[in-house]
Design a protein around this ligand. Structure first.
Ligand SMILES: Nc1nc2c(c(=O)[nH]1)N[C@H]1C(S)=C(S)[C@@H](COP(=O)(O)OP(=O)(O)OC[C@H]3O[C@@H](n4cnc5c(=O)[nH]c(N)nc54)[C@H](O)[C@@H]3O)O[C@H]1N2
Ligand SMILES: Nc1nc2c(c(=O)[nH]1)N[C@H]1C(S)=C(S)[C@@H](COP(=O)(O)OP(=O)(O)OC[C@H]3O[C@@H](n4cnc5c(=O)[nH]c(N)nc54)[C@H](O)[C@@H]3O)O[C@H]1N2
Ligand code: SF4
Ligand SMILES: [Mo]
Length: 727
């Protein structure tokens, strides 16, 4: 754990500082290896990226560089609190942990006896991606209780299913392998903001002559540094991909031999492809025919050619079929199994934790599994959709009042007098404000965990660097306390975090060779260890064997039929879309609004740190000059964005970053810092995607109106939105 003395800001070595190895816990594919420097008083004085890690390489992103501001934030919740005023009033008084745990256990025992434990809903997502404070906390106690299960569909569920149906596993190359590519299509993905450690490898590849093409309706930070930026209309990518395939097939550029040997359903896909001549693709996507033809030719004739996608592109009503279509592209040109080629989506399936060891759902003490409810529908669930109703909500690792679609419904639900809400948090988020009880949570510097990345091939162990602040407790420690209070005596509900990790490592290593030799002891000394994957096996699907039932790429999927989907990829218009995008929208016409990730936040996490808020400036609405003109909107004006679900205020930024007819903002801003206590999720839909109950944040038509007159507008958007800054 301790190494040579770290260098201080003034360049001298401080021999009194301890170095502790850690892992970034946030929902980011980079899963950085951290080192925290702790002074003789037990206070962390710096958090840095480890220099000898193959992906972190000594630096952290703009957000986690500021991690100590988060840890020592003056507004950290440090003690358990009980509501002392009306719901949502923000009035709380301090109670002890014993009182808090006893009250929760008592209420849950009552609810279980009267209505059944399926009326208790744990709601969580990506606050931390750790094995213990995430995965194990998400399952063990709740399985034992027989609580309502949560369908964890808010992020990439449709994409995951699309990838599984087509190639059968989420195996991506490590970022280091990007330098082997000659052409990289970054399709609906913004790594410069969302996976920043990929960027140095892209730059290196570019310096060596690799061409980088970004396909995104928004001119993102990633698009700015690409060799080419292609801006299709949102939700039309499947048509673009099918038209590219049309060009390949008609020009004989597809890899017929590879397709013959490694795929099923080519005839059916080919038939579909024939319905998408590039002229049709051009009409649907709003791109020039030549752009599609050139892209198809370049992709089919360059090797290695890599396709990078992430989850952004799947958050549409047609997101599942879109991703399924894209994932077929590398197969059509025979690029799966080629070093520097193929698909870079997620590395998640290089290692799968042993499920029984994580969740213990097979134990005799666990009642049979109860109903599952889709987290995207939280607002609806709390306001009448669930039958029987949910009577208690336990929120941790999540901020649904800010980050869930159709948030006004969530807030309406949280106001129910007969809903007993517990929120385990580091901060008084918009969600915590509605709690009956708030429990203080530890930060990553205060807890033990093990992290499996989804963007590279090393595991990171997190040793606590400092003592918990105030009375903060980790997620798992709260589960253990609740187990005791509920009278659950099974040892697997009472192990400490290290024992949990040891158990899961041992059970997983027995089945998966990639974990050979990766022991708890090694993690505790080394911090970060690469998976044991031999060099020649690091190229996904190099052996030509796919993880689908047929062991081939499935252009045609029986499994899709069983799920009620079209077995062959296709483009289906989004449920909300402009019918004719070829002409300028009139003043009252609704326009699609994209609300992807902000550079300085991770979902709503970090959205209460003043330095990061200042860098992100304000919740802006990027709008093209033509759309702004017909609406009488100028940069800096406050605008009202609305639809039948709700509205919010944003600050207009007339911009060439979007094409006419497309709007963009960034997410997720804290509602409580906005003048109306809202954010863009007051307009987003809780409709589910075509695959797997996925979210559809980016299928969102809104109307836009200026709410200020020209005289009150300022020229700088950040000035107008002084109002959005934390009070
Ligand atoms: N800084 C930062 N990093 C993050 C996060 C964050 O909030 N901030 N969030 C983390 C999480 S939870 C996730 S899931 C990942 C997400 O990582 P990404 O998928 O890279 O992020 P998004 O911003 O959701 O979407 C990526 C891009 O998809 C584009 N897009 C949306 N719809 C379409 C479409 O129809 N067609 C095309 N071609 N493009 C489209 C958006 O304009 C956006 O630029 O990032 C993680 N990292
Ligand atoms: N408009 C819009 N909305 C979106 C998205 C978008 O692109 N646009 N992206 C969506 C996506 S991809 C995702 S993944 C979701 C994410 O949605 P959420 O998972 O709800 O993520 P956050 O809003 O960041 O909330 C996470 C909370 O967990 C808390 N937390 C962190 N660590 C711990 C811990 O150890 N213990 C406990 N108890 N709490 C902890 C943090 O303080 C934070 O408040 O948001 C979605 N919402
Ligand atoms: S958020 Fe991502 S880039 Fe930033 S430190 Fe964490 S893992 Fe690294
Ligand atoms: Mo996500």
């Amino acid at each position: 754990m301790s190494l040579k003395p770290p260098i201080q800001n003034d360049g001298r070595r401080n021999t009194n500082l301890r170095v502790v190895y850690g892992a970034c816990p946030h929902d980011c594919p980079d899963t950085c290896a951290l080192e925290t420097h702790v002074d003789e008083h037990g206070r962390a004085v710096s958090v840095r990226g480890r220099s000898n890690h193959p992906v972190t390489r000594g630096w952290l992103c703009a957000k986690v560089n500021r991690y100590l501001e988060r840890v020592y934030h003056p507004e950290r919740v440090l003690y358990p609190l009980r509501r002392s005023g009306p719901k949502g009033s923000g009035q709380f008084s301090r109670i002890s942990w014993d009182e808090a745990i006893a009250e929760i256990a008592e209420r849950w025992q009552q609810i279980s006896a009267q209505h059944g434990a399926e009326c208790i809903l744990p709601y969580s997502y990506a606050g931390t991606l750790g094995l213990v404070q995430g995965g194990v906390t998400d399952s063990r106690f709740w399985n034992r209780l027989g609580a309502c299960q949560l369908v964890r569909s808010i992020c990439g569920y449709a994409a995951e299913e699309a990838v599984m149906l087509t190639v059968g596993g989420r195996l991506a190359p490590a970022p280091e392998d990007l330098i082997h590519s000659k052409l990289i299509l970054i399709w609906g993905s913004n790594p410069a903001s969302t996976a920043p450690h990929v960027m140095p490898f892209l730059r290196e590849a570019q310096r060596n002559g690799t061409r980088i093409v970004v396909i995104d309706p928004i001119r993102t930070l990633t698009a700015r540094s690409a060799d080419q930026h292609i801006q299709p209309l949102p939700g039309t990518d499947a048509a673009l991909a099918l038209s590219m395939m049309h060009v390949m097939v008609t020009e004989g550029l597809h890899d017929a031999a590879w397709i013959e040997q490694h795929s099923v359903g080519w005839e059916q896909l080919r038939e579909r492809i024939m319905q998408y001549p590039p002229e049709r693709g051009a009409t649907i996507t709003g791109l020039a025919r030549e752009t599609i033809v050139d892209l198809a030719r370049a992709y089919a004739t360059t090797s290695p050619a890599l396709l990078r996608i992430s989850d952004g592109i799947n958050r549409h009503t047609n997101g599942g079929q879109t991703v399924r279509t894209l994932v077929c592209l590398p197969a059509v040109v025979g690029q799966y199994g080629v070093r520097g080629g193929g698909l870079m989506y997620s590395t998640s399936d290089w290692l799968k934790w042993n499920k029984a060891a994580v969740g213990h759902s097979h134990e005799a003490a666990c009642p049979p599994p109860t109903r599952s409810l889709n987290m995207n529908r939280l607002g609806a669930i709390l306001t009448g959709e669930a039958d029987p109703p949910i009577y208690s909500l336990y929120v941790y690792n999540a901020n649904p009042a800010a980050s869930t679609p159709n948030s006004s419904k969530v807030v309406e639900g949280l106001q129910r007098e007969d809903l007993f809400t517990v929120v385990h948090e580091l901060f008084e988020t918009d969600t915590a404000r509605y709690a009956d009880i708030i429990l203080p949570a530890t930060s990553q510097l205060e807890q033990v965990d093990l992290h499996k990345p989804y963007g590279h091939l090393s595991l990171q162990y997190n040793t606590p660097a400092i003592e918990p602040l105030g009375e903060a407790r980790s997620n798992w420690d709260v589960m253990r306390a609740l187990s005791t209070a509920m009278g659950f005596e099974e040892p697997w509900l009472h192990q400490d975090a290290e024992s949990v990790i040891q158990e899961v490592l041992a059970a997983t290593a027995a089945q998966q060779p990639t974990l050979q030799g990766l022991t708890l002891e090694r993690f505790q000394t080394e911090g970060s260890i690469p998976l044991a994957i031999p060099e020649h096996e690091r190229v996904p699907f190099q052996d030509g064997v796919f993880r689908t039932p047929s062991k081939k790429v499935e252009f045609y999927s029986e499994q899709a039929i069983a799920k009620g989907y079209d077995p062959v990829p296709d483009w289906v218009p989004e449920v909300e879309a402009r019918r004719d995008s070829s002409r300028l929208a009139t003043r009252d016409e609704l326009l699609p609004l994209l609300c992807p990730a902000a550079h300085h936040f991770i979902s709503s996490t970090f959205g209460n740190q003043q330095t990061l808020i200042s860098k992100e400036r304000t919740p802006t609405l990027r709008i093209h000059a033509e759309d702004a003109r017909v609406r009488g909107i100028r940069s800096g004006q406050l605008v009202r964005v609305s639809n039948e679900r709700g509205w919010c205020h944003l600050v207009a930024e007339v911009s060439e970053d979007v094409r006419p007819g497309v709007l963009a903002t960034t997410s997720v801003w804290w509602p409580k810092f906005s003048p109306d206590q809202r954010n863009v999720n007051w307009t987003t839909s809780d409709r589910l995607a075509d695959f797997n109950g996925g979210s559809t944040f980016y299928t969102n038509l809104v109307s836009v109106q200026a709410v200020e007159t020209d005289e009150t507008a300022t020229s700088a958007p950040n000035e107008a939105l002084g109002v959005f800054v934390q009070q």
